[in-house]
Design a protein around this ligand. Sequence first.
Ligand SMILES: [Cu+2]
Length: 172
Amino acid sequence: MKRLAPLLLAISITALAACGQQASKDSAAESAPEAKPGLAVTGAELVLPAVKGNPAGGYFTLVNNSDKPVTLAAVSIDGAAKAEMHETKGGTMAPLANLEIKPGETVKFERGGKHVMAFDLDAKLTAGGNSELTLTFADGDKVSAPIKLAAAGAAMEHIEGMEGMDHSEHSN
Ligand SMILES: [Cu+2]
């Protein structure tokens, strides 16, 4: 999207000039470099591990309100060296390489289902704070959203929800 920067700047200025008016659908879509048209991330939460050094669990809801299918290809969390998409099925979890979300579809990353596992957490990630979640799509577009950092107590629940699976050995 870098090549669009001058255009985006021009649109931003236009948007400011037209403050109070409803932006047209197209310009609204292009005015935010970190927003993929029609995609919305809500309720993002990163549950910090009870034991330092263990991975954190990331949860969020992604809605595709565009008229095209999108393919979520990667996730990252500011302050985590690595983040992976996983899916828990029948008590075991496996990496999720990518995920197609159809037009109108809502996908939940939640305990006991699809989730994000974040590894090698920076000490700056502390409960009660915020970080940034970035979703990267197969076409290279990205969507970023704030992600709340939750206390380790909830992480215990997370592990129970995974039927006692030891996440510390889940780094590949
Ligand atoms: Cu996992």
